[in-house]
Design a protein around this ligand. Structure first.
Ligand code: FMN
Length: 338
């Protein structure tokens, strides 16, 4: 398989089309408008995700003050907003606002297993309750015409049949695409995802399926596609570490050392532009472990960033770091993030 040609093949999702099959997975607190701006300056992602938003909050959210519900107008045609919640009419109202704002589509979170979300019956808890899941999906489907995507995990037991059954239901209830992360809900990414379960989900439905989980390189990406037959790949942590990765994989070439310094320079500028002090620096500290994981001495670099007094000092630390042509890891060091 020629990976670049496959990834560049347009893909229809609902009534719309994306021009790259590499998409950025939702990354709460990390893939802010600033990180997306940096990634978009390199290009390559067919879709981006705005931060996971509470369906309760979406109808009244103010993009000028919200860190989550904020975007650049030019990214809306490729931007999906993910919502979580369990009340079907609340979810439907949130989806209607998302459609009215002009987003590419709406995504329903069926994967988050943190207790603050699941104890209210939302996220992965919906995978346990078919009737609640059906109501949420069908009411959102009725409320909007834009593409409806569902991101989900295997379920609460490591049984691909359950995931297949959910996928079938999602399609029946009106979903236009699925992002499938083949891990059981409580797994905090300690065990490898079971890519073979993506193949089971793909076989069960006719709508596009994006595979997700532990794709860190072009080779991983090619292997996931050939092993599972998935229609596209959703990149999570590697997109935070290397926002240029989609552009480089599509072009079929390795990243250049300059990509790294450009990334961090743009990121600092973009964080300040969108959030201003002190929030720019707090966001930088959240992304820092992902970016620093690229370097042989990334641990020390991340420590310095976390101890800096603010954005100006952090930018100087990065500038100094790049003066010495720092050795770059072939893959980001997973010990810096999880
Ligand atoms: C910091 C962080 C935040 C995340 N936030 C979300 C989220 O808001 N919604 C969601 O569905 N998944 C979220 N995820 C899960 C990712 O989308 C993805 O499924 C997971 O990281 C596996 O993909 P990867 O191996 O490419 O990182 C998050 C993951 C991380 C590391």
């Amino acid at each position: 398989m020629n990976l670049s040609s496959f990834l560049k093949k347009p893909l229809a999702i609902g009534g719309k089309t994306i021009d790259s099959r590499l998409i950025m997975a939702p990354l709460s607190g990390i893939a802010t408008v600033a990180l997306r701006e940096v990634a978009d300056s390199f290009g390559g992602f067919g879709l981006y995700y705005a931060g996971m938003a509470s369906a309760n909050a979406v109808p009244t959210e103010k993009p000028e003050v919200s860190f989550v519900f904020r975007w650049r107008s030019q990214e809306l045609p490729r931007l999906v907003c993910q919502i979580f919640g369990s009340n079907p009419s609340v979810m439907a109202r949130a989806a209607a606002r998302i459609e009215a704002e002009g987003f590419f589509g709406v995504d329903l979170n069926f994967g988050c297993a943190v207790s603050s979300i699941t104890r209210n019956g939302a996220g992965a808890a919906l995978l346990k309750d078919l009737s609640a899941a059906r109501q949420v999906v069908t009411q959102v489907r009725k409320a909007v015409a834009i593409p409806l995507i569902i991101k989900f995990r295997t379920g609460w037991k490591d049984d691909p049949k359950k995931a297949q059954e959910m996928a079938l239901r999602f399609e029946e209830w009106g979903a236009d695409a699925l992002i499938f992360h083949p891990r059981v809900a409580p797994d905090k990414r300690t065990r490898p995802p079971k890519w073979e379960h993506i193949a089971c989900v793909k076989q069960a439905v006719t709508i596009p399926v994006f595979g997700n989980g532990n794709v860190f390189s072009r080779d991983d990406c090619a292997r996931m596609i050939s092993l599972t037959g998935c229609d596209g790949v959703a990149l999570g942590r590697i997109a935070a570490a290397r926002p240029f990765c989609a552009a480089r994989w599509l072009a079929g070439r390795e990243a250049a050392p300059a990509d790294y310094s450009e990334t961090v320079t743009m990121l600092c500028k973009s964080l300040t532009g969108h959030f201003g002090p002190p929030h720019d620096f707090s966001h930088l500290k959240k992304i820092s472990p992902y970016f620093c994981a690229n370097f042989l001495y990334g641990h020390g670099l991340d420590k310095k960033i976390r101890h800096a007094k603010g954005m100006d000092e952090a930018c100087r630390i990065f500038e100094d770091f790049f003066l010495d042509d720092p050795p770059i890891n072939e893959l980001p060091n997973p010990h810096l993030f999880n």
